[in-house]
Design a protein around this ligand. Structure first.
Ligand SMILES: Cc1cc2nc3c(=O)[nH]c(=O)nc-3n(C[C@H](O)[C@H](O)[C@H](O)COP(=O)(O)OP(=O)(O)OC[C@H]3O[C@@H](n4cnc5c(N)ncnc54)[C@H](O)[C@@H]3O)c2cc1C
Length: 517
């Protein structure tokens, strides 16, 4: 059922068994999992069913550090959350991502990949990713043109990606949530404060507010924060009436270790002969080049992948951080799509010209851009902090400082150098690295480095409260009924887009609470 919290009498008391805060991919996946159970689920969403600029404005904040997307437009504040803009690219974590790697500071999760393997298939289904098949050999059998580059398999492997249509949670799952009798969805119910018992061992209630000037109280046995990484940490830090440093922040970890996936154009692959490299091109699934764990260890690098995009097209596409620069996310999206659209048009004309051109080296399927995406090392100085300025509902705004470490740039350089060596050894062509990678003493990332709009790590997982905010079950250390869902719990980010794992970790959390109930 759906209730607009602006229509309730001021000071209403809302009660249920479970209270989920935030109706994005994480929150909706959990609510979905409880439909037709005997439990009353309260789903609180700060926005409505459509984009609302007044609500979106609550996301505004300041940026420092590495060049990034405006705070107001890097995520969405209404039912469905950022899934209403996401691109749909998905892949799974690798085993190595969960290990303590002595060359990667602050690495290691308290769980292994198999903790997610049980939930990935259901998450895959929720995201409409088609057949659950990640083995490159399967995809090669589907199409004889899908042939991997003949690079040394002891060093490089082909990591598969699936593309969601992309599933828009706010559209696809709206009716099923609204029609479920035991799911009570409240829109325009912005959580502004979390109240704990006197000894701060348990959560008693949360306070919701909206622009209609209404304030309500929500009580439940279990609370799940599912507002995404920046907002989860902001809410915990801002709930500081009882715990002055913020809830669950006795060890000064909430908001720290903010991670993105730095991604950027790093070089060009020039093949000796024209080849479509179909296995690596987007068509519901595709492969990217990744480095085997043993070589990551030997080179002391992070995990990362390289995708191959036809150069005449890729050269015309600007980096995302250059086009996604409007405060209004709809305008940023439009600019970004227009840039891609124009590039496609221009590269189509180039293809026609190529057909009649004698300049064979410029043929569209002979040269490819190397586009590198890496995990970034968990870095305590990369962080979300509260601003002195408050939003219209009285909550301190979140400021973001995105910061990288030398190992991040080192990884980008090594991955691409390695690719050059492998391509040379295979005798299939040449790799040209871009200028910014040449100076080995320069550990800065160029200002055209983009992120994937992936916000992770601000309530990181560890069994040790001195090293992490949540435990292996995503429960806040020291607070028995407060859980966190989504990528803020990631201890490291892997070299994958996060949403498939966001849904998987949310379903795993849901299962855990079911067992407790
Ligand atoms: C342009 C773009 C492209 C992307 N492309 C990809 C991609 O290709 N692949 C991929 O894996 N990921 C991609 N992502 C990231 C993906 O969208 C996120 O990983 C995913 O949406 C996170 O889901 P979530 O539910 O954790 O958070 P969100 O989607 O941010 O949802 C949080 C929800 O909480 C609500 N909320 C916030 N604060 C409050 C509050 N105080 N009270 C109540 N409710 C609140 C919000 O309104 C929102 O509905 C992209 C993101 C963007 C913006």
């Amino acid at each position: 059922m759906h209730i607009d919290a602006r229509e309730l009498d001021n000071g209403s008391l809302i009660e249920g068994d479970i209270c989920i805060i935030g109706a994005g991919a994480a929150g909706i996946s959990i609510a979905f999992d409880w439909i037709n159970t005997s439990h009353k689920v309260i789903l609180l969403e700060g926005g409505g069913f459509e984009y609302d600029d007044q609500v979106q404005e609550l996301y505004n904040g300041k940026l420092t550090g590495q060049n990034y997307y405006p705070m107001k437009s890097s995520r969405l504040h209404y039912f469905g959350g950022s899934s209403m803009h996401w691109g749909g690219m998905c892949s799974t974590f690798d085993d190595i991502d969960f290990e303590v790697r002595d060359w990667v500071e602050n690495s290691g999760w308290p769980i292994k990949k198999d903790a997610f393997d049980a939930f990935y298939p259901a998450a895959h289904n929720i995201l409409d990713l088609g057949i659950y098949e990640w083995d490159v050999n399967y995809w090669m059998r589907q199409d004889p043109k899908c042939i991997p580059l003949p690079l040394d398999p002891k060093i490089v492997w082909n990591k598969m990606w699936h593309f969601s249509p992309p599933t828009r949670f706010g559209t696809k799952y709206r009716d099923v949530i609204v029609n479920a009798k035991n799911i009570h969805l409240y829109t325009y119910a912005n959580v502004v404060d979390i109240k704990a018992t006197d000894n701060i061992s348990s959560i008693k209630s949360v306070t919701v507010k909206n622009y209609a000037g209404k304030e309500h109280t929500v009580k439940a046995k279990y609370f799940i924060l599912a507002c995404c990484a920046i907002q989860n940490s902001r809410l915990l830090l801002a709930s500081n009436k009882q715990a002055p440093a913020g809830l669950g922040n006795d060890n000064d970890l909430v908001g720290r270790y903010f991670m993105e996936h730095p991604e950027l154009k790093t070089g060009e692959l020039w093949l000796n002969t024209s080849d479509e490299l179909k296995l690596y091109q987007f068509e519901n699934v595709r492969a990217e080049l990744a480095i085997v764990p043993e070589v990551q260890k030997e080179l002391k690098i992070l995990n990362g992948t390289i995708s191959l995009n036809p150069l005449p097209l890729a050269q015309k596409v600007q980096s995302n951080v250059r086009t996604w620069n409007e405060e209004d996310p709809r305008k940023s999206l439009k600019k970004n799509q227009t840039d891609y659209g124009d590039a496609y048009k221009k590269s189509f004309f180039q293809r026609v010209i190529d057909r009649f051109s004698s300049k064979k080296e410029e043929k569209i399927f002979q040269a490819f851009e190397l586009y590198t995406r890496i995990e970034q090392v968990p870095n305590p100085s990369s962080r979300v902090e509260l601003s002195n300025e408050k939003d219209a509902l009285g909550v301190p705004r979140a400021n973001l400082h995105w910061a990288m470490q030398p190992i991040d740039k080192y990884t980008v350089r090594k991955l691409n150098e390695l690719m050059g060596q492998l391509v040379g050894a295979a005798g299939i062509g040449r790799v040209k690295l871009y200028e910014f990678l040449r100076d080995e003493n320069d550990s800065s990332m160029p200002d055209f480095t983009s992120g994937g709009w992936h916000h992770m790590g601000t309530t990181r997982m560890s069994e040790d409260p001195k090293k992490g905010v949540v435990d292996a079950n995503c429960r806040m250390h020291g607070i028995d009924n407060l859980y966190v869902a989504g990528s803020s719990c990631f201890a490291t980010g892997g070299a994958i887009n996060p949403t498939l794992t966001v849904v998987a970790i949310s379903l795993r959390l849901s299962d855990h609470i079911k067992a407790k109930m």
